[in-house]
Design a protein around this ligand. Sequence first.
Ligand SMILES: NC(=O)C1=CN([C@@H]2O[C@H](COP(=O)(O)OP(=O)(O)OC[C@H]3O[C@@H](n4cnc5c(N)ncnc54)[C@H](OP(=O)(O)O)[C@@H]3O)[C@@H](O)[C@H]2O)C=CC1
Ligand SMILES: O=C(O)C1=N[C@H](C(=O)O)C[C@H](O)C1
Length: 268
Amino acid sequence: MVKVAVAGAAGRMGRRILALSAAHEEAVPVSGFEAPNSEYVGRPLSELAGVASLEGVVADSAEKALEIADVLVDFTVPEATMQNLAVAARLGKACVIGTTGLSVEEREKIASYAKEIPVVFAPNMSVGMNLMFKLAGMITKVLGPDYALEVLEAHHDQKKDAPSGTAVKIIDELAKQRGWDVDEVCAHGRKGLVGARPKEEIGVSVIRGGDIVGEHTVYYIGQGERLELTHKAQSRDTFVQGAIRAAVWISQKEPGLYDMPDVLGLTD
Ligand SMILES: NC(=O)C1=CN([C@@H]2O[C@H](COP(=O)(O)OP(=O)(O)OC[C@H]3O[C@@H](n4cnc5c(N)ncnc54)[C@H](OP(=O)(O)O)[C@@H]3O)[C@@H](O)[C@H]2O)C=CC1
Ligand SMILES: O=C(O)C1=N[C@H](C(=O)O)C[C@H](O)C1
């Protein structure tokens, strides 16, 4: 059994990770924590997860939660993720990181910690989306440069970062296929007299509202036809299942930076 410590235990993802890992054959949630000033510190994990058999209460630090665990699973905010990762590295524990919205410097720091401990870092842990990353690149290549590339993502009204981490990764795949520098070609929303669409452009649009779990579409727009590649997450449990699978997988790995295709066996 892989013993899991859940960062952000009271969050949307954290609660479901506690609940689904409690019912998992190869993983068990042994602890969960929130920031020291959180109203949830000291509350029973069973209450947050809605699983009566869960023991323990919400801890106030990564140190306490990780002492008794094998793997840290972190879906929080960038600042917390970086602090938690430092603790995991000090204690020699493996990490699964799903947090999005990290800066380039924070990503580099994660890569550097991954020289000391095994880390899975992925903006989307669902099987379908990890297949879509590959399909998006393949379609871009097959259709060729005459098709305009546009990306649309939609999420719930509590999401903090935009565009989503998943959209950022999709855009990276598209730009890579075209041989473009992603920082030079992205048009994030359009307003005013923007003129005709340049050929070397990836349009990026963001929708926020209600309880949308997560939807991503790539539009390939040609003359006389348009192809749309869409993924819709209907429940957070699709990400949670991927995260638990990653936790079990990473517990046996050497230090290194891994992605979900490594976990899912989707590598070329
Ligand atoms: N990779 C993937 O497949 C997926 C990634 N995500 C990403 O995961 C992240 C979390 O999403 P979601 O669960 O919806 O967000 P929530 O805001 O619901 O949950 C985050 C939790 O982390 C807590 N937190 C903040 N600071 C700390 C800290 N220092 N230590 C411990 N806990 C802390 C928050 O507490 P408080 O509210 O008090 O700040 C909150 O309870 C986002 O970046 C999101 O984009 C989401 C779904 C799938
Ligand atoms: O914040 C969310 O909810 C999600 N975030 C991830 C992202 O930013 O890509 C993944 C998923 O779409 C849900």
